[in-house]
Ligand binder design. Structure first.
Ligand code: AMP
Length: 216
């Protein structure tokens, strides 16, 4: 089963994707994570995208489609793929449809995670992740434990994203509404769209997603 988690920055796509990876043996394909990795490892592409990302703009379709193409061509995954943060433009959505078709695969569900804009700002500006396993924390709703250890992997180093500032978030939200939100209509018309309330508790969001996917 291949699915897309669609929603603005801070909607909880990454958190829910991690749960699906653990519970359903799916593979998370996050173009944001791939781009951050390219930056850390200092590749040419990483250098090109760094400034664009920090300002909150989208990187080119060509680059992200190339990243996803490479992953899909390296073979399927038994539990299927979760596309997280991809596609973000209509051109990317068309390209994904073609790539899946070329690999003899299909897209099963697109899950839109709806969240109100004020909640996004609060969520994003308090966000941090475990530097080792990527577990997501929040200063208010899910603080790093007092012993300073990640409950998932025991890691002791935590980091904040350079684009999780109010200024960059404004640009990211605008990019979402201008370039990504048309995908809601696109997938609705294809009969693939389901909507969940992204403001519900993490467990309730997981339950709503499980209902869409079928099974527990
Ligand atoms: P994310 O981790 O999904 O919030 O992505 C972080 C940043 O990476 C975005 O603000 C963009 O600059 C870039 N990015 C990630 N995915 C895409 C995509 N599908 N298309 C264009 N830019 C992307």
């Amino acid at each position: 089963m291949n699915i897309i988690l669609l929603g603005p920055p801070g909607a909880g796509k990454g958190t829910q994707a991690q749960r699906l990876v653990r519970e359903r043996d799916m593979m998370q394909l996050s173009t944001g994570d791939m781009l951050r990795e390219a930056r850390t490892s200092g590749t040419e592409m990483g250098k090109v995208v760094a400034d664009v990302m920090d300002k909150g703009h989208l990187v080119t379709d060509e680059i992200v489609i190339g990243l996803i193409k490479e992953k899909l061509e390296s073979g399927g995954h038994p539990g299927g793929f979760i596309f997280d943060g991809f596609p973000r433009t209509l051109a990317q959505a068309d390209a994904l449809g073609q790539l899946l078709q070329d690999e003899g695969q299909s897209l099963d569900h697109v899950i839109e995670m709806q969240v109100d804009d004020d909640a996004l700002v609060a969520r994003i500006t308090g966000r941090s992740t475990c530097a080792n396993c990527g577990e997501v924390f929040h200063d208010v709703t899910k603080p790093v434990p007092e012993d300073g250890k990640c409950p998932n992997c025991g890691g002791t180093s935590f980091k904040r994203r350079a684009d999780d500032t109010e200024e960059a978030l404004k640009t990211r939200l605008l990019a979402y509404y201008k370039q990504t939100s048309p995908l809601i209509g696109y997938y609705y018309a294809k009969g693939k769209l389901s909507v969940v309330d992204g403001l519900a508790s993490m467990d309730d969001v997981s339950a709503a997603i499980a209902k869409v996917l079928g099974g527990a």
